[in-house]
Design a protein around this ligand. Sequence first.
Ligand code: ASP
Ligand code: MG
Length: 419
Amino acid sequence: MATVVAKFGGTSVGGAERIRNVARRLIARKEAGDSVVAVVSAMGDVTDELVSLAKQVSSDPPDREMDMLLATGEQVSIALLAMAIHAMGHEAMSFTGPQVGIVTDPVHTKAKITEVRADRVREALSRGNIVIVAGFQGSTPDGQITTLGRGGSDTTAVAIAAGVGADVCEIYTDVDGVFSADPRIVESARKIDVISYEEMLEMAASGAGVLQLRSVEFARNHGVVIHCRSSFTEEPGTIVKEADETMEQAIISGVTHDTSEAKVTLRDVPDRPGVAARVFTGMADANVNVDMIIQNVSEQGTTDISFTVPQEDLVRAKKALDEVIAELGAREWSVDDSVAKVSLVGAGMRTHPGIAAQMFRTLADAGVNIHMISTSPIRISCVITADQVVTAVRSLHESFGLGADEVSAEVSPACGGGE
Ligand code: ASP
Ligand code: MG
């Protein structure tokens, strides 16, 4: 008998019939002898609608109240799912995040899980229930409701899976798994059967929206195997786990893109020790996630610093930047939100030279100008103009032979264009 945690995203519970469909799936698992925990998101676009309602009453809603509002979305779906299971003659019990002991830090709207007191779930399972948990929410030790950032139900699911020692955490979604590029943009995108935590972390961090980044971190830290799959078919999806020899050894696993960031530039910043520290302490204190950073060569004692931040953090970033500029005596700051980031991810980069050269050559041949570059040992990212993102993703996918009809493992550095 296995213990399974199954998470269903908003589309999968997007209406009464879909909720009944999820109920049937869970019951089938239960009848096959498994202990079943379901974690669900808010129905359809409910979270987006709540965000938009909040913006209609306030240009800068307090984060605490935002959490109060957003947490309601998931509560609707857990209750409906439990009712659907009851109506089919089976036992189910729904719980909010706080009720099942999802404890978080106090950072409203992007809280991190600090502890999972899973005994409530275990106890409800032992009484034969299908246990249904609201994703995306938790509470601080002193009882404030928090949410885990957009897509946070994935992290709830992985945390519960770790807490109850589940054999697998299945993430049911509206796509068939993790792809070599966004299939909405690249027709020949290939479903990846197995991927390492390390590569999945890079893919999630660079725009593959299919799994929340934090959920992959949590899974890696606690050794939870994730199976990301479609809720509309029985087909296997993508397994995310620790790398081992049996894994397909692709040099490049995928091309990702992200249009949710903006580029901030500070002009004429004094070039002396402590300046970068001041700028980025300001961003950190305002809870702004900084991604790529570039500092130009200094001329006459001043320099320009550019970095990217999530567009959703811009209001907070701007407030902090005003203070930073005034304090440092820099000339000005500006924001460009028509940028996109395109990234190439693959563990084979470590051992295969020439990948960066091929990437830049491919972008150049496609007429795409690169504004910023950053790398990790297994990822290369370029900031480009947003309206060229489709061209960039398609040309890179093609250039590295990642399509469904090609075998990416056969891409050798010898194919590196322009070298
Ligand atoms: N409902 C939340 C969102 O839309 C959490 C989730 O779906 O994972 O971001
Ligand atoms: Mg999601």
